[in-house]
Structure formats: structure tokens, C-alpha cells
Design a protein around this ligand. Structure first.
Ligand SMILES: Nc1nc2c(c(=O)[nH]1)N[C@H]1C(S)=C(S)[C@@H](COP(=O)(O)OP(=O)(O)OC[C@H]3O[C@@H](n4cnc5c(=O)[nH]c(N)nc54)[C@H](O)[C@@H]3O)O[C@H]1N2
Ligand SMILES: Nc1nc2c(c(=O)[nH]1)N[C@H]1C(S)=C(S)[C@@H](COP(=O)(O)OP(=O)(O)OC[C@H]3O[C@@H](n4cnc5c(=O)[nH]c(N)nc54)[C@H](O)[C@@H]3O)O[C@H]1N2
Ligand code: SF4
Ligand SMILES: [Mo]
Length: 744
């Protein structure tokens, strides 16, 4: 293999870390198929050696005895190992009669976060969903970034046309609801966020962090501003108000390419810094100053993430961030918010982005990108009637820990007629399955970041071949997904999936030769299929996508990228800094940026509901560096040391409630109660408490020997299932009203 150098029994492999969005390059030393060491790849064109503590834990993940290697099936109430053939037969026997009797909507699918960190998910989940044809599709997107997809779809024409902060060239980074020093960034792929933020300050720029907690990121910022949770949209509107009132609007090179400037400006009308001061907890003078600084900085960018998206006004806040960038000449401009050009990018056809093509059965929520809000999954399972969800397929998801009112969902999953999970652990969610089909360890599969190269602060392409061999019995995840696709289409469990895989490629090729914008327009599809390298699966699709993409060789049409080229560059290929891409990239019906989408302007009026005096405590979340959502708590190397699942509470509140550091504190919301040890600190606003998510590993029947010793509590027992963002269906996971008291 080109990516490995053999030195005696020891070899070195290079691989992109698939755990978070930062896509760090890893250098992996291996002896006799044992991983000796993992460290940052200093030659990686993007990460230059940066790594966090999770990257090197791929070794421990690979070796974790609890990680599933063989399918499990439920027999007489207990899980037993089974062959792949047998397990798939049980799946067919469970799903096919249900579909025959109750229709396709009776089977729901939940897609979890690791799908986007894996080559199989982005391509082969689509095949599964298409063959199933169920309206009941759910994913982690509606507890995460769905607001960004909706605002981007409305403004730029496509829900994946998402601008990212050009942090390597900006002079002024205004960040809300994100903590990239710990999360390593999200919807903004950049290995070494800490170093890149430090560089902004070193070049005399400014980083302003708006967060109800003095986060690690805020600690290193030029300025930190406490904000009352859940009020970001209101505060951003006040910034817009000042920018309009003080004539600081300038569209820069976008002038003439933007619709709705006056309507957007008018929407800020009533939200003066003074009007929102009390609600947001930010002095009007500070708001005015930040608005001026932001609007007059040479190169500035606003960036908002989880804390701004997981609220009732998530889509409005997401829109406001991009609207402020546009109104100050910072959209699509170096140092502002820019669009990556991924090596696998497809041309986007002009059309109106729409949501609500159908509605959820029980609560009538509009469909968004073909999905229903995951906060409504339990209701769809519990509520009898035509279209009731009777079976569930989870792929790389742990909804029992990651989605709202999870106690209710936990109970609902127990009542399903059938459930199958593709997962690497027997955990809080998969314990409800009748069959668990394991996926390979990250070191046992090839890797390419389809999703994150499109959200990257620099254009790069980096392919990694599998590092360790997979045992011959174990399929790759895409094969399992295609097997499930065959089963839900009514085919026998033992169907040969090769023709289905061919069909996935042929469909893409046929579309491309028929598209006049494609470099292979008009060519013979059979010739293109034959010339595609990679024998099967996602590699072959990657070769096709890269060769017909913006840097591709066009199948002989010119010099350029291909899978072979990627393989020849184990440290990645640098494709340069982001370039302005508007108006060409726009796929709105008008061909312009739509700055004032009707549905968003309508919601702007409703922002008023947030105003007025507030009392009571609010719960927010947080992440810790050594965790990754719910599923890396079974690695001793990451969880050892001090307890991390604590309730942060301000010193003043703690004194008022008689709570000392480490005392058990009961937190109660409309959904439930949890008790966690207090962490008394000045680093959180008075009136706000914080719990991390992804904990609560005491579930009976799961098999997590390390995690169960430090279970923590599940904060999503407190998250409500009402209060969804009406435009995106995203759940509310922050600013949850709670009562807090010393536990008895
Ligand atoms: N309160 C609160 N809740 C939150 C959040 C929050 O900030 N606060 N954040 C939300 C966000 S941003 C997200 S993305 C979601 C995540 O929500 P989920 O995706 O539901 O949860 P994860 O914890 O990522 O669970 C991933 C599952 O995939 C399995 N897995 C890991 N690798 C693989 C693999 O390669 N293949 C397969 N098949 N399985 C694999 C793991 O064992 C685990 O069961 O949680 C959300 N929930
Ligand atoms: N170590 C680690 N890294 C991760 C993950 C992980 O679990 N652990 N998960 C990955 C995933 S799936 C994602 S989506 C990303 C998310 O990455 P980020 O978006 O950076 O998310 P967090 O680190 O949770 O930071 C959110 C911040 O928002 C603040 N906040 C809460 N409510 C509000 C509010 O109402 N307004 C404002 N302004 N701030 C608020 C919180 O105090 C917190 O500091 O991280 C990814 N990286
Ligand atoms: S920052 Fe993310 S990508 Fe980089 S090593 Fe850590 S987990 Fe992996
Ligand atoms: Mo996420």
C-alpha cells in the first residue's frame, strides 16, 4: 500500500480522525496488526500535527472488549451472538411482515451522528431510505443543525449551501453558542481551532465570545459577554438594529445580488439594544459597541452554533448570523463567512427550497429535508392508528441519551414490535433492539469526509485507506446498509447486493452524463462506469464524485483529482483558501441571495414573545474535551480522573440554595428530574445551570463495563418535546426552565 512504509514488522499508516468535525490527520504506528501508537500527523496538509486526546483513543476503541464484533440476536429475552446470515434472516422475518401488513410508514429510521463521519452513511443510507420509502425518517439533525439547513436553503437555495467563518483571515470573530476549544468546532471544519483563534489575536484581531458560561473558548477570547440563555436571536436582532440605524449597512461585492435588504432591515425595527437589554442581560452600551466594532472591522464574521440553534428561535438565530454577515459586506468575502468548494461537490439546480411537503402524523410538524423532528418519535410510536411506527431501524444513533424527554422515548422503544440497530455497542438504545448488527472499528474501514470537506475553512481532500484488516466474516457498514435496503424492499435476506451497489453508481453516472454542466456530459454511461476505479462500495462512488467534481480529471477531460490521486497523497491535498463563490453558487429561484425569506420575517415578529421580565433558573448544556456525545465513555483512558458529569451552578445561586461543591442537586423540568453533584463556580451566569449531555449509563441490559462505573445522569430526561423550532423541527436543548434544590 502506498500509504504505509514497512520497517521490519512495524509500519506507519496515515488516517483522518473520524471522531469529530476537525478531521485531524493521524500517524498510526502498527506492529503485527496491533496499534502501538497514534499521534498527530505533522505532514497533514490541514492539521499539521494537531490532535486532541480523543484522536489517540482510536486504539483503545478498537481494542475495547465491549465493542461488538458479531451480530447479536435476542433469544428468550437475552442477547446471543449469531452469524450474519442468521441475524439478517431474523431482521427479514421481523420487518417484512410488518411492512406487508401495515405499510412502509410503520417502519421508522433514526440516523445518528457518526453516519456523517463515515463513508458508508452519506451514500448508502440514502439507498436504504429510498428502498424503504417511509415518511418516518428521523435523525440527530433535529437535535443539532437543522436550523442552519433551513436558513441556508431559504437564503441560498440549497440546505447544504452553508457559509463557514473564514477564521484564518478574519480580524473579528463574533461567536455565539459555540465552544470550539472543547468541541473542536462544528459546521466549520478546522483542525486546531485553539491555534487558529490564538492567531486572530496575534495578528491584532479580536475574538468576542457570547455565552452564558465562561467557557474555555471564552477564557481565551479578547472579550466574553454573558447572555441570558435562549435570547441570542433577540440580541442579534439588536445588533442588526444598530447597524441599520447607524447606516453601517454595506453589501460589498454582493450589491445587486441580494433581494430583501429593506425587508430584513425593517424586521430589526423594534429590537433596539435598550429594548432587549433586560431580556438578554447585556447592557445596551455593550450591544451598540459590538455592533459598531463588527460593522466597521475590515474583515469580520459572526458564527453561531449549538447554543444558538437548539432553541425555539433556532432558524431565526441562524438566519440572523448570516444576515448580519451579508449586511456588513462580510458574506462571501475573505475573512468573513465563505463557502467551501468540496472536491465532491455537485452542481445545484435552481429551485425554491421548500419544507412541509408532508406533515408528521401525530403532531402535524412540517417535513424538513424529508425528516420529522426526532422529538416527536416517541409520540409516533405510542399513538395508535394508521401509519403508527411499529418498528425502528437505528443506524449509529443513541436517541435514548441524545434526544428530548428520553425517559418517554426509552419506554416507547420497549414497546416496539421490532427494532434493529447498526451499532458498535450494546448501549442504552440498542438494548431495545431485537438484532444488533455491528459496524467495523474506524481503523478497519476506508475514510473520506464527504460532509466536512463541504464545511471546511480551507479546501482540502484527504482519503485514508483502512489501517487494520477486517475479519473475513465481517461486512463493511455499507454492505450491511445495502442488505437492510434489500430486506425492506421485500427481497430475501441472502440477496446478492452487488447489483444494488452497481445501481447506486449507475444512477449517479446516468444523472451526470445527462447534465450539461458536468464534465462528462453526453458521454456513454457504460464507458464511465467501466473507467471508475475502486471495485465496489463507497470507494467507487468517491472516485466518480471526485473525477466529475470541481477539481476532477473529468474522466480524461483534463488533469485533476481522482481516487488514485488521493491515494497517492496520504497527508491530503491542499486545494487552497476559500474563494468568493457568489452569485454562481446560489440556487435560489431568483438567482439572488434571499435576505428576507417570508417565513423567517414572520418569526421575527414573534421574537417579542421572549421579551419582558424573566424569573427562575435556566438549564444549558456543555461538552467536555474527553467525550464525544454519548458513546466514548467506555474508554478508561478518556473517562478516568475527576467526575465530569456535574451540575455547574453559580456561587450566588449555590449560596442561596445552601448547595456546596459536590453536593447532590436535584434539577426538575416539565419533563423530569435528575440529580447530579454540584460544581459551584463563578464561570456560569447567576440564574443558569449547566449539565453535559450523553451521560446516564446505568441502563439495565446494556453492556458498557467502563461507562456503567461512571454513569453520570442523562440531561435529556429534562429536555421537553414541545417548544420545537417551528421552521426546522429542531428540539429545544438549551434555556430549559428548571427548579433546582439540594437533594435530600
Ligand atoms: N441535551 C443535549 N442533547 C444533545 C446535544 C446537546 O448539545 N445537548 N447535542 C446533540 C447533537 S449535536 C448530536 S450530533 C446528537 C447525537 O445524537 P446520536 O447520534 O443519537 O448520539 P451519539 O452519542 O453520537 O451516538 C452514536 C451511536 O453510534 C454508535 N457508533 C459509533 N460509531 C459508529 C459507527 O461507525 N457505525 C455505527 N453503526 N455506529 C457507530 C455509538 O455506539 C452510538 O450508539 O446528540 C444531541 N443531543
Ligand atoms: N469533545 C467533544 N467534542 C465534540 C462533541 C462532544 O460531545 N465532545 N460533539 C460534537 C458535535 S456532534 C457537535 S454538534 C459539536 C458542537 O460544538 P459546539 O457548537 O461548539 O457546542 P458546545 O461545545 O456544546 O458549546 C456550546 C456552547 O453554547 C453555550 N450555550 C448554551 N446555551 C446558550 C445560549 O442560549 N446562547 C449562547 N450564546 N450560548 C449558549 C454553552 O454554554 C456552550 O459553551 O461538537 C462536536 N465536538
Ligand atoms: S479534534 Fe476531533 S478530529 Fe481531531 S483528534 Fe480530536 S476528535 Fe479527532
Ligand atoms: Mo452534533
Amino acid at each position: 500500500m502506498t500509504t504505509e512504509s514497512l520497517v521490519g514488522q512495524t509500519r506507519t499508516a496515515y488516517r483522518t480522525c473520524p471522531l469529530c468535525e476537525a478531521t485531524c490527520g493521524l500517524e498510526i504506528t502498527i506492529e503485527d496488526d496491533d496499534v502501538l501508537r497514534i499521534r498527530g500527523d505533522r505532514d497533514d496538509v490541514f492539521s499539521r500535527g494537531f490532535i486532541c486526546p480523543k484522536g489517540s483513543s482510536l486504539k483503545q476503541l478498537h481494542n475495547d472488549p465491549d465493542r461488538l464484533r458479531r451480530p447479536l440476536i435476542r433469544r428468550n429475552g437475552a442477547f446471543v451472538e449469531a452469524s450474519w446470515d442468521e441475524a439478517l434472516k431474523v431482521v427479514a422475518k421481523g420487518l417484512q411482515p410488518l411492512i406487508a401488513e401495515h405499510g412502509k410508514d410503520s417502519v421508522a429510521v433514526y440516523l445518528g451522528n457518526p453516519n456523517v463521519h463515515n463513508m458508508s452513511g452519506p451514500i448508502y443510507n440514502r439507498a436504504l431510505l429510498k428502498m424503504l420509502g417511509s415518511k418516518n425518517v428521523f435523525s440527530a439533525s433535529t437535535v443539532d443543525q437543522m436550523p442552519k439547513h433551513v436558513s441556508s436553503g431559504l437564503m441560498f437555495g440549497h440546505p447544504d449551501t452553508i457559509p463557514v467563518p473564514d477564521i484564518d483571515r478574519t480580524d473579528y470573530l463574533l461567536m455565539l453558542g459555540a465552544n470550539p476549544k472543547v468541541s473542536n468546532g462544528s459546521l466549520a471544519t478546522a483542525p486546531d481551532w485553539p491555534g487558529r483563534m490564538a492567531a486572530i489575536r496575534e495578528r491584532a484581531g479580536k475574538v468576542v465570545v457570547v455565552d452564558p458560561r465562561l467557557s474555555k473558548t471564552a477564557e481565551d477570547a479578547s472579550e466574553h459577554i454573558f447572555i441570558r440563555p435562549g435570547t441570542d436571536a433577540l440580541w442579534l436582532a439588536a445588533l442588526g438594529n444598530v447597524i441599520v440605524a447607524e447606516n453601517l449597512v454595506h453589501l460589498g461585492h454582493l450589491a445587486g445580488h441580494v433581494n430583501g435588504v429593506d425587508e430584513a432591515a425593517a424586521a430589526f425595527d423594534r429590537y433596539t439594544p435598550e429594548a432587549v437589554e433586560q431580556t438578554c442581560g447585556i447592557p445596551a452600551a455593550v450591544t451598540r459597541r459590538i455592533a459598531r466594532e463588527f460593522a466597521t472591522a475590515e474583515k469580520a464574521v459572526a458564527y453561531g452554533r449549538i447554543g444558538t440553534h437548539t432553541t425555539r428561535f433556532g432558524t431565526v438565530a441562524s438566519w440572523l448570523v448570516d444576515a448580519l454577515n451579508a449586511l456588513t459586506g462580510n458574506l462571501d468575502s475573505p475573512g468573513g463567512a465563505m463557502f467551501a468548494r468540496a472536491a465532491t461537490e455537485r452542481p445545484r439546480s435552481p429551485r425554491a427550497f421548500r419544507t412541509g411537503r408532508w406533515a408528521s402524523r401525530v403532531e402535524g410538524h412540517p417535513e424538513v429535508r424529508g425528516e420529522m423532528p426526532v422529538a416527536t418519535l416517541a409520540a409516533e410510536i405510542e399513538t395508535a392508528g394508521e401509519g403508527q411506527v411499529r418498528a425502528l431501524i437505528t443506524v449509529a444513533g443513541n436517541p435514548v441519551l441524545s434526544t428530548p424527554d428520553s425517559g418517554r422515548l426509552d419506554a416507547a422503544l420497549a414497546g416496539l414490535d421490532f427494532m434493529v440497530s447498526i451499532d458498535i455497542y450494546l448501549n442504552e438504545s440498542s438494548r431495545h433492539a431485537d438484532v444488533i448488527l455491528p459496524a467495523p472499528s474506524p481503523l478497519e474501514r476506508n475514510h473520506y469526509d464527504f460532509a466536512f470537506t463541504a464545511l471546511s475553512v480551507r479546501n482540502v481532500a484527504n482519503y485514508s485507506p483502512q489501517v487494520l484488516p477486517r475479519d473475513s466474516e465481517s461486512p463493511d457498514e455499507w454492505e450491511t446498509l445495502l442488505r437492510l435496503a434489500a430486506i425492506v424492499a421485500g427481497l430475501p435476506a441472502a440477496t446478492d447486493i452487488a447489483p444494488l451497489d452497481d445501481q447506486v453508481l449507475v444512477t449517479l453516472v446516468s444523472g451526470s452524463v445527462a447534465d450539461e454542466r458536468s464534465p462528462i456530459s453526453g458521454r456513454d454511461p457504460a464507458e464511465i462506469v467501466a473507467a471508475t476505479s475502486g471495485e465496489e462500495g463507497p470507494d467507487r462512488i468517491l472516485d466518480f464524485l471526485v473525477r466529475t467534481g470541481p477539481y476532477g480529471d473529468g474522466y480524461g477531460a483534463g488533469d485533476g483529482l481522482s481516487l488514485d490521486e488521493l491515494i497517492a497523497h496520504p497527508h491530503g491535498i491542499d486545494l487552497g483558501p476559500l474563494q468568493p463563490r457568489l452569485p454562481e453558487l446560489l440556487s435560489t429561484a431568483s438567482g439572488r441571495v434571499e435576505l428576507a425569506p417570508e417565513s423567517i420575517i414572520g418569526e421575527m415578529a414573534r421574537l417579542q414573545e421572549l421579551m419582558g421580565p424573566r424569573s427562575g433558573m435556566l438549564l444549558v448544556g456543555r461538552r467536555t474535551l474527553r467525550s464525544n456525545n454519548s458513546w466514548m465513555h467506555n474508554l478508561e483512558v478518556l473517562v478516568k480522573g475527576k467526575e465530569r458529569c456535574t451540575l455547574q451552578i453559580n456561587t450566588e445561586d449555590a449560596a442561596r440554595l445552601g448547595v456546596g461543591d459536590g453536593d447532590p442537586v436535584a434539577v426538575t423540568s416539565s419533563a423530569g428530574t435528575v440529580t447530579a453533584p454540584a460544581s459551584v463556580t463563578e464561570r456560569i451566569m447567576p440564574g443558569v445551570v449547566s449539565l453535559p449531555h450523553g451521560w446516564g449509563h446505568q441502563a439495565e441490559g446494556s453492556s458498557l463495563s467502563v461507562a456503567s462505573k461512571r454513569p453520570g445522569v442523562n440531561t435529556n430526561l429534562l429536555s421537553p418535546t414541545d417548544l420545537l423550532d417551528p421552521l426546522s423541527g429542531n428540539a429545544t436543548l438549551t434555556a430549559i426552565p428548571v427548579e433546582v434544590e439540594l437533594a435530600g
